[in-house]
Design a protein around this ligand. Structure first.
Ligand code: HEM
Length: 135
């Protein structure tokens, strides 16, 4: 039905909250366990549970699902929450690679999975700082 197809969001298309949570849990598990992501892991607090909740909430809203993350973080955007983090080319690459792997491991259809991974890769690249934090 054409109308239903028009209203379907990327959030619906990827499988909703369950898929988002699967991706986020895999992403932080990879970050926690794989030596390739050690530099990125070291920037994070020891307890990743709050980040699992926050990143799942952000991705839900970003994909067109419920926008609770923005209500819970008034005035914030995903760029501003990284304002004091010295994102380098290396850590941005680690973030994007871990996310691409987590999406692939989620079993999501490869066409939308690739589009999602490419878009998030671009956002991570845009966060790279060319000036010192505070500068
Ligand atoms: C598309 C790319 C990215 C998205 C969507 C994203 C999303 C998020 C979100 C939602 C939070 C939680 C903010 C909060 O609740 O206060 C967060 C925190 C954080 N992000 Fe990202 N992020 C991205 C890229 C990166 C990159 C490239 C780095 C590399 C350094 C990074 C490092 C961090 C760190 C260190 C934190 C704080 C963790 C902590 O306090 O334990 N992020 N990110």
């Amino acid at each position: 039905m054409a109308d239903a197809a028009v209203r379907e969001t990327p959030f619906d298309m990827v499988g909703g909250a369950a898929t988002v949570r699967t991706i986020v849990d895999r992403f932080y598990d990879l970050m926690d366990e794989q030596p390739a992501y050690a530099e990125l892991r070291a920037l994070h607090a020891s307890d990743l549970a709050p980040m699992r909740t926050s990143l799942a909430g952000f991705l839900t809203a970003w994909l067109g699902g419920p926008r609770d993350w923005f209500a819970d973080n008034p005035g914030k955007c995903v760029m501003s929450v990284h304002g004091r983090i010295a994102v380098t080319a290396a850590t941005a690459r680690q973030w994007a690679d871990a996310m691409r792997q987590a999406i692939a491991d989620s079993g999501m259809a490869s066409d939308i999975g690739t589009r999602m991974a490419d878009a998030l890769d671009g956002m991570a690249q845009a966060m790279i700082r060319t000036q010192p934090v505070g500068g």
